[in-house]
Ligand binder design. Sequence first.
Ligand code: C5P
Length: 220
Amino acid sequence: MPAAGHGSRMAADLPKQYLKLDQRTVAEHSVARLLDSVPLQALVVVVAADDPLWPQLPVASRAGVVTAFGGPTRAESVLNGLAALPGAGDHDWVLVHDMARPCVRAADIRRLIEECGSDGAILAAPVADTLKQSDGSRILATLDRSTVWRALTPQLFPVGALRAALQTALQAGAEITDEASAMERAGWQPRLVAGAADNIKITWPADLPLARFFLAQQQQ
Ligand code: C5P
């Protein structure tokens, strides 16, 4: 679970994973969702080296939870996480899940694993709005939204293939905003598995009440 970003768009006093949704923080919800979904060999949480809050959460000392330190980019943080996976071989599989997605459903994680092909798979959601391609000010084209999906997490790949794809992308200076994009650059064709749209990534201040609403709704 990468959790070493600055969360600057949230403009909060605390990094977004330590904001409270109910009695529990975003981080505690996200970790619990993963641990309660499928049996995992280990769960590596990648935090900033100067993050004083993560070690204070009881969940950080749960059995099987390992802490690693992040890098300047998401790709480097995920690579550090892969390096910290205890006893993982290249042919083992890894789920990469944004710490900032506390509403992921266990059923979606299980379906992702069931429907995963040999090139890996990601959870994804259809797009509701009409999408415009732009040069920043003018519209250049309208995209066919039936072919466009929102990439969610978890994303599921073989450890060795993901490591190699991330290393190659980093060396090329490519901007990697999810793991699948590194795999695509390396010639893999991961599957899309439709997931619930309430698996939002907490990014903006308005996402916090939305996540609270989704969590409450899921419990009904
Ligand atoms: O920036 P973005 O919202 O795409 O970040 C997604 C996830 O990646 C977050 O959980 C964030 O903490 C993590 N991240 C990281 N290391 C970075 C940048 C982002 O672990 N250098």
